[in-house]
Design a protein around this ligand. Structure first.
Ligand SMILES: Cc1cc2nc3c(=O)[nH]c(=O)nc-3n(C[C@H](O)[C@H](O)[C@H](O)COP(=O)(O)O)c2cc1C
Length: 272
């Protein structure tokens, strides 16, 4: 997983080619595995997959990705209960899928905003939502002009420095780059986030690591759920992947800590 975290990049331009039968089966298997898992808050999601049957542009127009994503041969998405913790869990489960697909050298991109939710309305029941979908296909190495423009606008290759994101004991003490947990925190820093806003903040307190959300004011207000809660799930997924690969023993648990100024407490890791 760590390798996938390091390799993953949003892919918005695909080779004009359907997925092979074998890879299509792999994608479906990964989605079923994710459906059988729960997020850190105990929610489960349903996932769906479909291929665009070579009518790339027609499909893209139908689901509102035309102009943002080019030549995607297939898409997948998911449905979950529309609560704050449901959305965090979706972020966690969906990022697992993205990283598994990255292992198979497939391209993906989280789409939380630039698709038409109405086109998928038939898939959701009351109190449910589709927080995101993603295309899946063979990445085209050469970026389209549109993709280059998107990446430049959102400064997609940039991440905030660790001292703005991670702290020791309280938010007044930025972490030192030699801290033993830096290697896990850096995996969070590499994560994708909506519009690359990077709202994750983490505080290390001895063997406890607390995750907070620093919301971007007025961000994605027209979206019917808290978009940046997805970023929290992604952070949990990445941090945990680091612990697992380093054979660390840990618990993920809600310690119901207080919010601190504009930082909203989400969840904690407790290491053994
Ligand atoms: C929750 C979430 C929602 C996103 N929504 C969109 C979207 O609607 N359209 C889009 O083009 N990119 C979207 N992205 C992709 C981000 O812009 C991208 O991850 C970020 O700029 C960092 O670039 P990278 O993924 O290449 O590292 C989204 C990412 C996340 C995590």
């Amino acid at each position: 997983m760590i390798e996938s975290i390091k390799l993953r990049k949003s892919v918005r331009t695909y080779l004009k080619k359907p997925l092979s039968k074998a890879l299509e089966d792999t994608v479906k298997k990964i989605l079923i595995e994710a459906e059988n898992k729960k997020g850190p808050f105990g929610n489960q999601a349903r996932f769906f997959y479909y291929s665009t049957n070579k009518e790339f542009d027609d499909e893209a127009k139908k689901i509102g990705t035309y102009g943002f994503v080019k030549n995607a041969p297939s898409f997948f998405g998911g449905v979950i209960k529309n609560t704050f913790s449901g959305i965090i869990d979706f972020g966690y489960l969906f990022e697992h899928i993205i990283l598994e697909l990255t292992k198979h050298e497939l391209g993906t991109v989280w789409l939380g905003g630039t698709f038409s939710r109405a086109a998928f309305a038939h898939k959701v029941n009351e109190n449910e939502v589709i927080p995101a979908i993603s295309p899946v296909g063979y990445p085209l190495e050469k970026l389209s002009l549109m993709e280059k423009a998107i990446r430049m606008t959102i400064k997609a290759d940039r991440r905030k420095p660790i001292e703005e994101l991670f702290f020791v004991n309280d938010f007044n003490h930025p972490i030192d780059e030699n801290h033993p947990y830096i290697k896990y925190l850096e995996l969070v820093q590499l994560g994708p986030s909506a519009s690359n806003k990077q709202p994750w903040r983490m505080v290390v307190e001895d063997k406890k690591i607390h995750l907070y959300l620093q919301r971007t004011p007025k961000y994605a207000e027209s979206i019917p759920f808290v978009m940046q809660a997805l970023d929290m799930g992604i952070a949990i997924c990445h941090f945990e992947a680091g612990l697992i690969e380093n054979h660390m023993k840990y618990m993920v648990t809600n310690l119901f800590m207080s919010n601190i100024d504009d930082k909203e407490y989400i969840i904690s890791f407790i290491l053994e």
